[in-house]
Design a protein around this ligand. Sequence first.
Ligand SMILES: Nc1ncnc2c1ncn2[C@@H]1O[C@H](COP(=O)(O)OP(=O)(O)O)[C@@H](O)[C@H]1O
Ligand SMILES: [Mg+2]
Length: 302
Amino acid sequence: MTSTIDNVVSTTGLTKRYGKTITAVDALDLEVRRGEVFGFLGPNGAGKTTTLRMLLGLIRPTSGSARVVGRRPGEPAGLARIGSLVESPAFYPYLSGRENLKVVADYAGLSLAGIDAALDEVELLPRAKDRFGTYSMGMKQRLAVAAALIKEPELMILDEPTNGLDPQGVVEMRTLIRRLGTGSRTVLLSSHLLNEVEQTCDRVAIIRKGKLVAQGRVDELRGQATLIVKASPSDAARQSLERMLGKAAVAGVDGTLRLSVSPDRAPDINAALVSAGIRVSELRPAERTLEEVFLSLTGEAA
Ligand SMILES: Nc1ncnc2c1ncn2[C@@H]1O[C@H](COP(=O)(O)OP(=O)(O)O)[C@@H](O)[C@H]1O
Ligand SMILES: [Mg+2]
């Protein structure tokens, strides 16, 4: 059992419907823990943005509930502790990066003292005096992150922050995301890119058509390992394994069987086959890549 105290975000049955036919988010149970970089992974249209908008109180759920930094979504005391990049913010092209952040801080009633620290954290301090209009896409996006950092949020919510960036901008943004997640700050990042989540996140939730299909540590999900068995006679091996593990856990062709069980069970399985008079020529774990996990769960190309 994990304590709910350390969940920065938790949702229970969170659902958003549009009209009678569209269920954008379908009974979602999410748990984001303090201090982690959490990846919210799913193909386009899966319901990521809709979920993040509900967490920020920008739209209301149809049913279900959510707690974010210990508050109901949209409560001012909670919003004060959340930085977000969900809609791209508007900056003035003729003002410098620093001047734009002053506008943001003034508007939000925040002290100007945190501006240079925020610029430093996104590595824009050397360009702080340059006009926003001269920034690259990546710098513009990093300034948006800095704007969210001024209030020193304990939770950062980033909706597909690398979309539209060139390859260098993508690399810089991913480095920044990892850095944002050091210490006690929590980062909730959505993405449709598997390798992005793999590179930046500690834990991940995978959604498809609004439904949660997996949630866990990246290494755990990848490690939903299988056992490969070669044994003869292969028909007898198959029957014996199906009796032992259930039909659903045994798959395979041409005498090579793939068992959906933990590799820890290899010794038991070997002993059972041998005692049934079956000769085992191979028994080894096969780790799936996160890509295989993603494909099998979402049925779509990553
Ligand atoms: N305001 C809306 N009205 C009707 N349908 C919507 C609305 N917003 C989102 N949707 C639908 O909800 C689904 C999820 O969308 P979205 O949350 O934007 O997905 P993602 O961010 O994962 O790409 C999509 O089918 C989308 O068309
Ligand atoms: Mg989206």
